[in-house]
Design a protein around this ligand. Structure first.
Ligand code: NAP
Length: 283
C-alpha cells in the first residue's frame, strides 16, 4: 500500500474508471458519491467509502473531484465544513471540465485555508480513463504539480503543467472546441454522402483509411454503424463546454454553428446520449 491516502468525489462515467486505476496502482482510495449506490464497484474492488464529504477530506492527503459542471464543484467546495483551517497542506485536484474562472475561484478558496489546489481537467473519454491513457492539463503551482505527478502518471499517458490556476481549464475548453468540430464534421460528412447513395460503411472506410481519419473518427465508427450512442461523453456536456468557451472569449462562426447543432440535439432529448448522437438530430 502506498503512503499517500487518496480521496475521490464523483463516481460518474469518468471518475469510476479513474479512481479504479489509483486503487489498482496500490493507493489507499476512499470514495464519496452523491448517489451512494454508485460507490459499489469501487468498494467491491477494495476502496473504502466515506460517511460524508467532510469525512472524506478529513481522512485523505489528496482529494480529487470529478463532477459534472461548475455548479457541482462550487456546491461541493462550498459545502459547510469541507474547507477549514484543518485542511492546511492538503492537496485538492479538480479534474472536472469547468470555466477557468471557477478553477481560479476554487484555488482562492483553498488558499484561504492554506490548502493547495490544481485544476487538472482531462482530454480523453471513458476508454482512455479505463486504460490510464488520458492527457492531463494542469494549472496551479509547479510544486503542487510535481506532488501530483506520480498520481497523474497512473491516470494518464501524459500530463502537462500549463501555468497558474485556470490554465488547465483554458486548455481543456480549447481542445473540446476541436472535439466538437470533429464530431459535427464527421456527422455531416456521413449524412451528406448518404444522401448521394454512399453507404455509411463505405464512407467511414474512406475517412478512416485516409489522412482525414483520426482516433476520434475510428472510435465513433461502431456507434454510427450500429446507430447506438451510449454516453461515453454525454452530448449535454459538449453544450456546457462550448458555452464555457464562449464565456471565455471563443467567438467564431464555427462555434455558433456547433452550439446551435448540439443545442438542437439536446432539445430533441439526446443530451444524455453520447455526443456522436448529434447525427440523429441532423438526419
Ligand atoms: P457523469 O457520468 O455525468 O458524472 C457526474 C458526476 O458528478 C456524478 O458523480 C454526479 O453525482 C456528480 N455530481 C453532479 N452534480 C453534483 C452535485 N451538485 N453535488 C455532488 N455531486 C454532483 O459525468 P462524467 O462523464 O464522468 O464527466 C465528469 C466531468 O468530466 C465533466 O465535467 C465532463 O465534462 C468531464 N469530462 C468527461 C469526459 C467523458 O468522456 N465522459 C471526458 C473528459 C472530461 P451523481 O452520481 O449523484 O449524479
Amino acid at each position: 500500500m502506498k503512503a499517500l491516502k487518496i480521496g475521490w468525489a464523483g463516481l460518474g462515467n469518468m471518475g469510476t474508471a479513474m479512481a479504479s486505476n489509483l486503487l489498482k496502482a496500490g493507493y489507499e482510495v476512499i470514495v464519496y458519491n452523491r448517489t451512494r449506490d454508485k460507490e459499489a464497484a469501487l468498494t467491491a474492488a477494495g476502496a473504502s467509502s466515506a460517511a460524508s464529504l467532510p469525512d472524506l477530506v478529513d481522512s485523505c492527503d489528496v482529494i480529487f473531484t470529478m463532477l459534472s459542471d461548475d455548479h457541482a464543484v462550487k456546491a461541493v467546495y462550498n459545502k459547510e465544513e469541507l474547507l477549514s483551517e484543518a485542511r492546511a497542506g492538503k492537496l485538492f485536484i479538480d479534474m472536472s471540465t469547468v470555466s477557468p474562472d471557477t478553477s481560479k475561484y476554487l484555488s482562492s478558496l483553498c488558499q484561504k485555508h492554506e490548502a493547495n489546489f490544481l485544476d487538472a481537467p482531462v482530454s480523453g473519454s471513458v476508454k482512455p480513463a479505463q486504460d490510464g491513457t488520458l492527457i492531463i492539463l494542469a494549472g496551479g503551482s509547479i510544486e503542487n504539480y510535481e506532488k501530483a505527478k506520480p498520481l497523474f502518471d497512473v491516470l494518464g499517458k501524459l500530463s502537462l503543467h500549463l501555468g497558474e490556476a485556470g490554465a488547465g481549464s483554458s486548455a481543456k475548453l480549447a481542445i473540446n472546441y476541436l472535439l466538437g468540430i470533429n464530431i459535427l464534421g464527421l456527422a455531416e460528412t456521413v449524412l451528406f454522402a448518404g444522401k448521394n447513395g454512399i453507404s455509411k460503411e463505405n464512407m467511414l472506410t474512406i475517412i478512416n483509411e485516409g489522412a482525414v481519419g483520426n482516433g476520434l473518427t475510428k472510435l465513433k465508427t461502431p456507434s454510427i454503424l450500429n446507430n447506438e450512442f451510449p454516453a461515453a461523453f454525454a452530448l449535454k456536456y459538449i453544450v456546457k463546454d462550448l458555452n464555457l468557451a464562449k464565456d471565455a472569449g471563443l467567438a467564431s462562426p464555427m462555434s455558433e454553428t456547433l452550439l446551435s447543432s448540439f443545442n438542437q440535439a439536446v432539445n430533441q432529448g439526446l443530451g444524455d446520449e453520447d455526443l456522436m448522437a448529434v447525427i440523429k438530430s441532423l438526419k
